[in-house]
Design a protein around this ligand. Structure first.
Ligand SMILES: NC(=O)C1=CN([C@@H]2O[C@H](COP(=O)(O)OP(=O)(O)OC[C@H]3O[C@@H](n4cnc5c(N)ncnc54)[C@H](OP(=O)(O)O)[C@@H]3O)[C@@H](O)[C@H]2O)C=CC1
Ligand SMILES: N[C@@H](CC=O)C(=O)O
Length: 395
C-alpha cells in the first residue's frame, strides 16, 4: 500500500478524493499497490464529513514527519502556507502534486530544483487550464519541436462570465456570484477577473514552452472587470465575441507576453470556447498548431488532472523541464489595434483613432495600430481612469 496525503479538502480536494476512491482498482493495477489517502489537512476540523473523520488533521507535521507518506497533494490555495508545505514535503523526500498556480508561478524554479535535489517528482498539471492535459504533452513537445507561440483561454471564471453576459444578457455581478457558487473562482475572484490567474498560468506555460524563465512580472496584464453590457451588445451586433486571452510569442531571441481581453471574429480558433471551458494552442515548427480544449475549472475536472499527476509521480513518468534560453523581454514594443469605450464629450480629434461612433453617454473607438503603452498614455492624458473605460485588442 502507498500512503498519500491531501492538503485541502475544498472543491479540488473533494474531486480528487472522489476519483481516487472510485477508480482505486484501476489505480492499483497500474501502480501495483493500493494508493491510500491516509491523512487530509484542513484548517477547520469542525465540519460535517461523509468520510472517516480520523484521517483529518490541522497539523502538517503529522504528514511531513510520517515516513510512510510518499506523496503530498497540495490543494489549499493559500500562498504562504502552501509554499512552506511544498518545500518541507520535497525536502522530506516526498513527491508533490499541486493545483496551486499562485505558488507554482511564484516559486517555480525553486521547487523544480528542490525536487531534483531530493530525487522526487514535482507535478502541477492541475495548476494550468483545469482538466486539460497540457503540461505533460508540452514537456515532451519542447524536446522535439521549437515552440514559437502559446495562446489560450486560461481562466474558466472570466470565460464563464463573458459567455453568460453575452448569451443571457445578465449583469457581471450576478454571473460572478454564480461562478463562485460553482467553485470556479479563486478565493479572491480579483485574480480571475483581473487576469492574474491567467497570467500565472501563462508564466508556467511560456517558461516551459520557450525554455526560458518568464516571470509573472514579465507579462502585461489587463482584466475584464470594466466591461459592461453595452460593450457586449455592440460586439454581438457585429458577430464578435470578447475573450480574456493569454498569449506569449517569441521572435528573434525576444518574447512578448500578455493577458488581455481580445475581440474575436467567428473564424478564430478560440471563438467557440464558451462557458468555463479553456483552450490552449501551441504553435511548433513540426506542425501549424495543436489545440487542447477542456473544462478549465471545477471539482472533478481539476481532480482528474491531479490524479493523472499522482499516477505519473508514483510510476516515475515525469519529464524534466529545460531552461536553456535567455530571451529578452520585448513587451515595450507590443502594438495592436484596440476597441475602446469611453465617456462621451471628450476632445478626441487624434491621429491614433481610426473609427469613432457615439452611443448615448459613451463613444466607441477603434484605434489604428498603436503601442499598448501609447494607448495607456492617451487615456491618462484624457484623464480617464482604467476602471472607467473598457478596452480590448482587436484581433
Ligand atoms: N476550484 C477550481 O476549479 C480550481 C482550483 N485550482 C486551485 O486549487 C487550489 C484549491 O482550490 P479550491 O479547492 O477551489 O479551494 P477551496 O477554497 O474550495 O478549498 C481550499 C481547502 O484548503 C484548505 N486550506 C486553505 N488554507 C489552508 C492552510 N493554510 N492549511 C491547511 N488547509 C488549508 C481549506 O480548509 P478549511 O476549509 O478548513 O479552511 C479547504 O479545505 C487553489 O490553489 C486553486 O487555485 C486549480 C484549478 C481549478
Ligand atoms: N479560478 C480558476 C480555477 C482554475 O484554475 C479559473 O476560473 O480558471
Amino acid at each position: 500500500m502507498i500512503k498519500i496525503a491531501l492538503l485541502g479538502f475544498g472543491t479540488v480536494g473533494r474531486g480528487t478524493y472522489e476519483i481516487l476512491t472510485k477508480k482505486s482498482e484501476n489505480i492499483k493495477k497500474v501502480i501495483g499497490e493500493e494508493v491510500f489517502v491516509s491523512k487530509i489537512l484542513k484548517r477547520n476540523l469542525n465540519f460535517q464529513s461523509e468520510i472517516d473523520k480520523s484521517i483529518f488533521t490541522d497539523n502538517f507535521k503529522e504528514i511531513v514527519e510520517d515516513e510512510e507518506i510518499k506523496l503530498v497533494v497540495e490543494m489549499t490555495g493559500d500562498l504562504k502556507g502552501s509554499y512552506g508545505y511544498i518545500k518541507e514535503a520535497l525536502n522530506a523526500g516526498k513527491h508533490v502534486v499541486t493545483a496551486n498556480k499562485a505558488v507554482v508561478s511564484e516559486y517555480f524554479e525553486e521547487f523544480l530544483e528542490l525536487a531534483e535535489k531530493n530525487k522526487v517528482a514535482f507535478l502541477y498539471e492541475a495548476a494550468v487550464a483545469g482538466s486539460i492535459p497540457i503540461i505533460t504533452p508540452l514537456k515532451t513537445q519542447v524536446l522535439i519541436n521549437d515552440i514559437t507561440r502559446v495562446r489560450g483561454i486560461l481562466n474558466g471564471t472570466s470565460n464563464f462570465l463573458l459567455t453568460n453576459m453575452q448569451v443571457r444578457k445578465s449583469e457581471y455581478k450576478t454571473i460572478l456570484k454564480e461562478a463562485q457558487e460553482l467553485g470556479y473562482a479563486e478565493a479572491d475572484p480579483y485574480d480571475d477577473v483581473e487576469g492574474m490567474d491567467a497570467l500565472r498560468k501563462l508564466r508556467i506555460l511560456s517558461t516551459i514552452a520557450f525554455k526560458t524563465k518568464i516571470r509573472n512580472e514579465d507579462i502585461l496584464r489587463r482584466g475584464i472587470s470594466s466591461i459592461d453590457l453595452s460593450d457586449i451588445a455592440y460586439l454581438n451586433k457585429k458577430n464578435y465575441k470578447v475573450k480574456l486571452i493569454a498569449e506569449a510569442i517569441i521572435n528573434e531571441g525576444k518574447f512578448k507576453a500578455v493577458v488581455e481581453p481580445v475581440i474575436l471574429s467567428s473564424d478564430d480558433e478560440l471563438y467557440g470556447i464558451d462557458g468555463s471551458v479553456n483552450s490552449v494552442e501551441i504553435f511548433g515548427e513540426n506542425y501549424g498548431s495543436l489545440v487542447f480544449v477542456g473544462e478549465g475549472a471545477g471539482s472533478l475536472p481539476t481532480g482528474n488532472a491531479i490524479v493523472s499527476d499522482i499516477l505519473d509521480a508514483l510510476s516515475g513518468h515525469c519529464y524534466p523541464i529545460l531552461i536553456e534560453n535567455n530571451l529578452i523581454n520585448d513587451n515595450e514594443n507590443y502594438a495592436a489595434r484596440y476597441y475602446v469605450r469611453i465617456k462621451n464629450g471628450l476632445d478626441l480629434s487624434a491621429d491614433w483613432i481610426d473609427f469613432i461612433e457615439s452611443h448615448g453617454d459613451h463613444v466607441i473607438i477603434e484605434t489604428k495600430e498603436v503601442k499598448r503603452e501609447f494607448l495607456l498614455e492617451q487615456l491618462k492624458t484624457l484623464n480617464i481612469k482604467e476602471e472607467d473605460c473598457f478596452y480590448a485588442r482587436l484581433n
